[in-house]
Design a protein around this ligand. Sequence first.
Ligand SMILES: CO[C@H]1[C@H](O)[C@@H](O)[C@H](O)O[C@@H]1C(=O)O
Length: 662
Amino acid sequence: QTVQNTDTGYELWLNYKPVQDLPLKQSYIQLYSQVNLPQCKYDEVIAEELKGCLKATLGITPRFISNTRASIQMSYCKDKSLGMEGYLIRNNNNKIILQAYSDAGFLYGTFHLIRLIQCEYPLDRLNIREVPALDYRQLNHWDDLNGNIERGYAGKTLWKWDELPERLDERYTDYARANASIGINGVVLNNVNADPRILRRDYLKKVSALAHILRKYNIRIYLAANFAAPMKPSSTPDVMKKWGGVGELDTANPLDPNVQEWWNTKVDEIYSLIPDFGGFLVKANSEGMPGPQDYHCTHAEGANVLARALKPHGGIVIWRTFVYNPQIDKDRIKRSYKEFLPLDGKFDENVILQAKNGALDFQPIEPAQPLFGAMKQTSLMPELQITQEYIGQSTYLVYLAPMWKEFLNFDTYCKGAGSNITKIITGKVYPTKYRAMAGVANTGDSNNWTGHHFAQANWFAFGRLAWNPKETIEKITSEWIKSTWNCDRSAERVITQMMMPTWNNYARSHSPYSLGLTTQVSCHYRAGFDIRANKEWKIDNKGIGTNRTFNGTDYVSQYFPTNCTHFNDIKQCPELYLLCFHYVPWNHLMKSGDTFEKEFVESLKQGVQQVEENIQLWRSIREKIDSRRFEEVMNCLLKEQQDAKAFYESAVGFFSAYLPHK
Ligand SMILES: CO[C@H]1[C@H](O)[C@@H](O)[C@H](O)O[C@@H]1C(=O)O
C-alpha cells in the first residue's frame, strides 16, 4: 500500500512524524513530558520547537515547569570548556539533564534532544558531550538582488527583497530552524559577485529585518561587500566594474583616507541597524571584481581597511583567495598560492582568508588547495560548495559528504605525517585565531528547498561536519535519512546504499582521475570535452592529462615535501589525482595491473551504472516512501539517467578518436 502524503515537502529533516516503536515512544513520553527550561536568550524558540516536535512525534504537549521534578532539566553549569555553544546531555536516574555554559548550548542541545527522538535512539545510557570544533560555521549564499542565484539550482532566492523589511516570509524562520538544528551560526546573504547596493541604507534595513529573525537562532548575518562600494554609482550598473559603487568618491583606493573614512562610517551605520553584524565577505580582483590591486595595493592592504572599520564592533573580514590570471600563470591552478602565501602575517588579526577546497574550482575531485598548512600566521578557512555546480546540479543525486571527508582527511604533511586539513583548521597544527568553515548554499525557494530531495542531505552533512569534522559519515547519513524520510531500517539501508557511492561514481565518470574542467564552459553541466581539450588539459594519441610535475608547470612544488615527491612521481601519485598532476600515457600500468586506458574507459561508465542501480533501489522501497516524494525523486533519477547517458555518449564519441584500442 502507498504511504499517504501528510506533509508539504517543506519540512526538511525537521520532518516530525509519530514515533513508530511503541515501547520507545512510551519511554520518550515519560522523559519528555515536563521540561524545566533555563532562563536564556533562546528559551522561547526552544519551547516552540519542543512543542511542535513532541506533539507530532509523541502526541503530547510538554509542560514547562520550573522545579526539579521536571523530567528534562536544563541548567547552566560551570564547565567553561563547553564554551559559547557546547552542551552536555545525560540520563541521570530517569531524568534528562541538559547542561550548558552559555545560552546557545541550550539551543543546540535541544535540537540534539529532538534528534534522539527522530532517530529513535534509546535514552537509558545517554552521555553526550558536544562542543563544536569550529566556531564559525557559515553558509554563503550566491544570491543576487534581482532574485537570481548564481549557480543555484533550486529556484529563486529565499530573500524577498521587494517585501522586506515590512513583510516577513514564514520560510525565514524555517530556514533559521533548519540551520540551527545542524549548527550553522553565520550566513552571508548575498553573492560574492557583490552588488554594492546591498550596503545602501534601504537594503540594510531589509537585512536588519532578516537579522532579527536569524539571531533568535544564534545565526549572525554577514554581507558580501563590493570593494568599489565607496565610489559613485555608475551609469552602467555592472557589479564587476570597479567604477560602480554606492558612495560619493571617485576612487576605492585603500590608501586614500577618504576611502578609509567611508568604510568606517558605513560600518558604523551597519552596526547601528544590526548590532550583532558578523562582517564582510570579499571577492576582490577575481573574475573581474574590483579590488586593491586596481590601485597597486596588495590583498592585505585592501582587507585591512575593512578590518579596521569592523574591529571596534567585533566584526571580521573574510577575504577569498579564489584568484587566477592566465596572463601571469598559464596554469591557473597555481595563482592563489603565489598571490597569498607571500602575504602571510600581513593581514590584520580580524581577517580570515577563505579558500576553496581545491585550487582549481569546485571540480568533482581535486587535491586540496596547497595554501592549507602553508599559511602559518593567517587564519584560513575552507569554502566547500554545497550547491553542485560541477557535480550534477539539482538533477543528479550526488552525496557530497564522502568528498568533504576526503578533503578534511587530506594530509598536507606541513608538520610531518598526520597534519591533515581537519587538524589545521581546528588549530591543532598551528594556533589559529579563527576556526571556521563555509559552504556555498544550495537552497532556493523551490518547494523542497534544494531542488532535489537528496540535495538536502548535502546541506545537512555540511552543517554537521562544520560542527564536528570528525563525525562519521555513517552517523550523519543515518540521522539525515531517519529524520527526513521517516522510514524503517530496511529502507534506511537501501537509501544509504543509494547515496554512499554516488560521489565516487560521479567523479569517475565525469572528471576521471581528477581530469577537471570537463563540462561546457558556461553551464558546467553538459559534457564539454571537445571545448576543453588541449586548453585545460592535454590529449593526443599517446595519453591524457596535465603535466604539473617539476618538468611541467611545477604545481607539485606548492605542496610540502612528502606530497610533492609523491605527486611528482607517476608511480607514487595517488591514482585518484593522476590526471591533475600528470600527462599519463594510455598504456601506463595501473595498480590493478590493467592499463590506464582500460581503467579510464571503465571509469566513464560508472555514472550511467550508478543511476540505473539507484532507479532499481528506489523502486524497491516505493511502499516505504510517501507517494509525492517518491515520484519527485523518481523523476529526478529518470532525468539523471537521460543526462548521464548523454554525457557518457559524448565522452565515448570524443575519446574514441584518441584511444589506442577503440
Ligand atoms: C560566484 O562566482 C563563481 C562562478 O559562478 C563560478 O563559476 C566559479 O566556479 O567560481 C566563482 C567564484 O567562486 O567566485
